[in-house]
Design a protein. Structure first.
Length: 235
């Protein structure tokens, strides 16, 4: 909306004196401020203990849900965030309403990506993605690939500057050797994204993410997903 208004006013700004230009700019800013919108839908929220699955959640008040587990902190999400409505408002009146169901963050139709951000408390953890499994409606699917997100140089080595941001395939495993560092990992499954309205989704990382330096520690618990409504406003 702001671009449209700017285009319409561009020609009029040429040749105006300073006061006239200021008036036009103030009018443009006031009009743009009256343009807003809100959208929402459903998403799957990870948990290891019982939560109220019907509690609405806003992106501005919630964000990621952190799982504090023995020796490690996890942030787990599925790329099945479903948008069910998008309403644009112009000075309090609906300008457009989009009721379509879309998965805006699912970039590979027919596949499911599970993002697992890991912050280990020790340097003994190892990530073995092919040992992870996703259960959807009672059916179990093994992960087919695992990735680490970061900046990589031309030789495929991680760097802090001058590289390219990308998801790198980690193959059969990746050692998480830096305690308290956040590793941006993900798993890919050859199955279409499950409905976020479903209660029958769970992720088993008990063999895929282990601290090899600790003996006798229990494996990571099963991570379940609850259907939760989300909503957010935007300008």
């Amino acid at each position: 909306m702001f671009r449209i208004l700017a285009t319409l006013c561009c020609d009029r700004l040429v040749g105006m004196n300073r006061l006239s230009r200021l008036c036009v700019i103030l009018t443009l800013c006031t009009t743009a401020a009256g343009c807003a919108g809100f959208r929402g839908g459903w998403e799957s929220v990870a948990y290891t203990h019982r939560i109220a699955s019907t509690t609405p959640r806003s992106q501005h008040s919630g964000g990621e849900r952190e799982l504090n587990l023995p020796g490690v902190k996890l942030n787990v999400s599925i790329d099945n965030r479903l948008q069910t409505y998008d309403t644009q408002i112009f000075f309090g009146l609906p300008l457009s309403i989009d009721p379509r169901n879309v998965y805006p963050k699912n970039h590979h139709p027919g596949k499911t990506r599970v993002f697992v951000n890991v912050t280990p408390q020790t340097g003994g953890f190892v990530f073995r993605p092919l040992l992870a499994s996703l259960v959807i409606g009672g059916k179990q699917y093994a992960a087919v690939r695992g990735f680490e997100f970061g900046m990589w140089d031309a030789e495929g080595k991680q760097t802090n500057t001058g590289g390219t941001w990308d998801h790198r395939d980690v193959g059969a495993g990746l050692a998480l050797t830096q305690p308290h560092q956040r590793y941006l990992l993900s798993l890919e499954f050859d199955v279409p994204v499950p409905s976020p309205r479903s209660n029958g989704i769970s992720l088993d990382l008990s063999r895929a993410l282990q601290d090899l330096g600790s003996v006798g520690d229990p494996p990571l618990p099963l991570i379940r997903f609850a259907p939760v409504k989300w909503e957010e406003g935007y300008n």
